[in-house]
Design a protein around this ligand. Structure first.
Ligand code: ASP
Length: 308
């Protein structure tokens, strides 16, 4: 049997264990499982890693529990601005969008940029125009709204006013992503996010930054990150894992672990990432309480996790 592997994440901004009800826990696992099902269906019939990560991320964007697409967090101005990226490891083609609102699945807008333009990243009205031309489905504000994210914005703004902002990851951030290695040994990554709660309008995080929160190269690995985006950008987190593999001969696991547990952790960069190499090895390190995550391989073992 030919090998493939897929990993997904629903963000390192997990709810604190003390606040997790059994119903909510089951809903998070079901959301991750739906994404694994969507990606696995592509890979099991010999489909491309790029299609698998796109399908998995669409499923996560459609699930309001996760901070991407429907259920995205709000900026300090009370609007939603979404970032997304895709990259394929065979060609190192990539597409990204930043600060957009409208497409139900920002990852499809990112893919349209990759496939229909000569550019890697678009923002503003033309990003939406390219998505519309690609028949990406759009929706209005009520579709994307969730009371939980709105309440999180209000409590963040209140804390901020009093100078008491805490760093509860469940309130602050979250993201979704997928990495895959297909039967041909091609890797791909996709990431999508609403960013950080109460972020400044116009703020772009690491998600759409190639080499920051998203990266794919068949010679090394595919990576999708989640966490404090500014630190991921400053430490070029995803590209650093590839560099450690390429230049220092490190394994995927050692390289990813160093970046998450040392580079990011030592600089207030809470979060984690999922990564896969062209042999199908998967690693999913994180330096905070939890990260919604799951994996499936050709053997058909679906596994989903929230905490350590
Ligand atoms: N990395 C995302 C951002 O900074 C947020 C997250 O993953 O929690 O936009």
């Amino acid at each position: 049997m030919k090998r493939f592997s897929l990993a997904v994440h629903g963000g390192a901004g997990t709810i604190l264990r003390a606040n997790l009800t059994p119903e909510l826990e089951a809903a998070y696992h079901a959301g991750l499982r739906a994404a694994l099902d969507a990606g696995q269906a592509v890979l099991a019939k010999g489909g491309a890693a790029l299609d698998a990560v796109t399908a998995a991320v669409c499923a996560l964007e459609d699930e309001p529990l996760f901070n991407a697409g429907r259920g995205a967090v709000f900026t300090s101005d009370g609007v939603q601005e979404m970032d997304a990226a895709v990259m394929e490891g065979a060609s190192r083609r990539a597409g990204a969008v930043g600060g957009i609102f409208g497409p139900r699945n920002p990852v499809l807008a990112a893919r349209a940029v990759m496939e229909r333009t000569d550019h890697v990243m678009l923002i503003g009205p033309n990003a939406l125009k390219v998505a519309r031309a690609a028949d990406v489905p759009f929706d209005e504000a009520p579709y994307f709204f969730t009371q939980a994210r709105w309440d999180a914005l209000q409590s963040t703004l209140t804390m901020r006013q009093k100078g008491l902002e805490d760093d509860d990851p469940a309130r602050r951030h979250g993201t979704v992503g997928a990495v895959a290695c297909d039967m041909e040994g091609n890797v791909a990554a996709a990431t999508s996010t609403g960013g950080m709660t109460a972020k400044a309008p116009g703020r772009i995080g690491d998600t759409p930054i190639i080499g920051g929160g998203t990266f794919a190269d068949n010679a090394t690995c595919a990576v999708s990150g989640t966490g404090h985006g500014e630190v991921f950008i400053r430490f070029t987190a995803a590209a650093e894992i590839a560099a450690r593999m390429r230049h220092a001969g490190q394994s995927l696991e050692d390289a990813a672990r160093h970046v998450v547990m040392v580079d990011l952790a030592d600089h207030d960069g809470t979060g984690g990432l999922i990564a896969v190499d062209a042999k199908g090895n998967i690693t999913m390190p994180f330096n905070c309480e939890g990260m919604y995550r799951g994996t499936v391989t050709e053997a058909g073992n679906f596994e989903t996790f929230i905490y350590r």
